[in-house]
Design a protein around this ligand. Structure first.
Ligand SMILES: Cc1ncc(COP(=O)(O)O)c(C=O)c1O
Length: 454
């Protein structure tokens, strides 16, 4: 139905109308409804602005997806050109952009990852990865970690270890939990050598209880994103790979957040030269300009699929607009040396954060790789007592929301999970903007310092 002239005018010009309609008619992700949002009217590069013209530096890349920043002209042009040419064609049809993107992904992904199923986002990629792993191995259990987020569809939420998985209902059976290589707060007390943080002993123990012949796959975020920017020790990933190989278990890496240059390499697994059997991505692949995710499988699985059914399908698998934006993005990654820039800017950001750690007693740990950084806040450095408890809500979460609001009012968009602030700006960010962000962060951390006891 066409909008009435009054509605059209109101929609175009009135931020208050937009807020009201947002509250009355739109359901927002993972939220109690009813809060009026800031109305954002535009963005460019590392910045976006609201209906009052106030500008914000996007230190979160929205949902850690805008790797190329807002409105990269090459990607915008590619979407426009594809829209003129062919907006949609069914997934079984041969299509130039679909084939080209699948070919490019085989080029940039590590090892023998070769064939890609396209989805509309990260959850659907993981959903298809575990279904395929079960089908391929004939086994049903999946080992997933506690400090993880794998998406909000039924299966992906069941894999998710963070407290949101409690909201998912009974879900599918067969997910077994593994502890995380979280050296700063090791669940095993971090003896030397540590059975959890080195990977193999803990996984082997789980397999002893579970029977390896029932386990289809281990799924993990090689560097944990949402749940606290957790980087495993260097020996972890090769050890997990070796155990999986020994028992015929597939290794699925969820690089929805960490992939496509975020950590200063094409993929986080490249830091350890470990290739998974299945790699899932989304977000940074095309900066989310058009919904797109991928599930890429290794050569043996690709060959197996030549005589076995692939057990999944989506109307929008290999959507031409999404594929065109993915091709353009990979071109930008290469032409503008985005991966190298992310590594270099990541070192610059890390230096700044380590400088802030010297000044602010609330900083317990600075960690991450590339522009995938986290700052963990504590009440006291010696005891490492978290500034706010795990998954704190309401008054228990103070002062985290107050800090986010302060930063936003000062023109810096930040985000956090429990007591960890995420610093994940667009990979194209300038040093000058990193300096601005860290200057606001410096003043923001004064709020947390007032809550320290050490
Ligand atoms: C590691 C990881 N996997 C999966 C997802 C889910 O992706 P989507 O929201 O596109 O379904 C996310 C989203 O934040 C993520 O960070």
């Amino acid at each position: 139905m066409a909008l009435s002239a009054t509605t059209e005018t109101a929609f175009a010009n009135d931020p208050a109308w937009i807020q009201d309609a947002h509250v009355d008619h739109y359901i927002q992700s993972w939220s109690v409804q009813g809060a009026k949002p800031r109305v954002i009217t535009g963005g460019e590069g590392s910045w976006f602005w609201d209906s009052d013209g106030k500008r914000y530096l996007d230190f979160e890349s929205q949902l850690v997806n805008l790797n190329l920043g807002h409105q990269h002209p090459v990607v915008v042009e590619a979407i426009k050109a594809q829209a003129e040419k062919l907006c949609y064609i069914g997934p079984a049809m041969g299509n130039d952009v679909r084939s080209e993107l699948a070919h490019l992904i085989a080029e940039v992904t590590p090892g023998d990852l070769t064939s890609t199923f396209f989805t509309t986002g990260g959850a659907a990629a993981n959903e298809n990865a575990i279904r395929l792993a079960r089908h391929y191995t004939g086994r049903h259990k999946i080992i997933a970690r506690y400090r993880s987020y794998h998406g909000a569809t039924a299966g992906a939420l069941e894999l998710t270890g963070d407290p949101r998985h409690h909201l998912g209902g009974p879900g599918q059976s067969g997910v077994v939990r593994m502890l995380d290589p979280y050296t700063y707060r090791c669940p095993a007390g971090h003896p030397d050598p540590c059975p959890v943080c080195t990977g193999a002993p803990h996984l082997e123990e789980l397999l002893m209880y579970e029977n390896p012949n029932t386990v289809a796959a281990v799924i993990l975020e090689p560097i944990v994103g949402t749940n606290g920017l957790i980087v495993p020790p260097d020996e972890y990933m090769p050890a997990i790979r070796e155990v999986c190989d020994r028992y015929g278990i597939l290794l699925i890496m969820d690089e929805v957040m960490a992939g496509f240059g975020r950590t200063g390499k094409w993929f986080a697994c490249d830091h350890w030269d470990v290739t998974p059997d299945i790699l899932t991505t989304a977000k940074g692949l095309n900066s989310g300009y058009v919904p797109l995710g991928t599930m890429t499988v290794s050569e043996p699985i690709a060959q197996w699929l030549k005589s076995n059914l692939f057990p999944g399908g989506l109307t929008y698998a290999g959507h031409p607009l999404a594929c065109a934006s993915g091709i353009a993005s990979i071109k930008v990654y290469r032409d503008e040396s985005i991966i190298e820039r992310a590594a270099e800017s990541g070192r610059f950001l890390e230096e700044k954060l380590l400088g802030l750690a010297k000044k602010h007693p609330c900083i317990g740990d600075v960690r991450g790789k590339g522009l995938f950084m986290g700052v963990e806040l504590v009440k006291e450095r010696k005891t490492r007592e978290p500034l706010v408890p795990f998954n704190a809500k309401g008054p228990n979460a103070a002062p985290m929301p107050e800090m986010m609001k302060f930063a936003m009012d000062e023109g810096l968009y930040l985000s956090f999970f429990s007591n960890v602030i995420r610093l994940t700006p667009p990979l194209i960010i300038s040093h000058e903007d990193i300096e601005f962000g860290c200057e606001v962060l410096d003043r923001t951390l004064d709020i947390a310092d007032r809550h320290t006891t050490g």
